[in-house]
Ligand binder design. Sequence first.
Ligand code: NI
Length: 225
Amino acid sequence: MAGPAPAGPASGPSRRGPVTYLSLALTLATGAGVTWYYLHLKEKRLSKMRDKVETVGVAAIGGPFDLVDGQGKRFTDRDLRGRFSLLYFGFTHCPDICPDELEKLAKALDRIEKEHGYQVQPVFISIDPERDDPPRVAKYVQQFHPRLIGLTGPLDQVKAAARAYRVYYTKTSDDTKDYLVDHSIIMYLVDPNGDFATFFGKNVAEPELAAGIWDRVHAWKGNPA
Ligand code: NI
């Protein structure tokens, strides 16, 4: 007595298998290609940034800014004096890069605080002030770190802040509501005197970010303003 004949599924996987593997391989290849292309572009921008640091010198990066915090209060570079701060420029509608970077930033600063008892002040500066009003920025930064300060401001003042830090950004569409902003993915470490100390690109992983920041903090011999 033969049992019930094997139903479709038995032959299914072997027939579908190659197709699945092929599509998986294609997906991986495409993904890797896109990722490579993307990283390549970012690397190019970062090395341009590095060239700039080397040619124009550290003094040419950073400087005064005059913005507005999440409560709508004026907030300038002087409000950051007295301790190291870590600045990141992005926008709240950013689908994945900004959240990833801000999570990394938060982890690195928590690690520094836990291991060395030092609090670096994290700052998020919106380069999309048309959509990122103070309440939106305030709500956004809460997701990442309790001490993260969110800044925005009038268009020209945001522009001036971005220019000071050599931040590149451009809208990807002319649509006034639905657009993304392509932007530099760089964290800027600023010392207690308000001077630019160093920067970290997207390719720096969290433990290295924490170590790199702490190196600078630890070695700093200046006096807080
Ligand atoms: Ni972003």
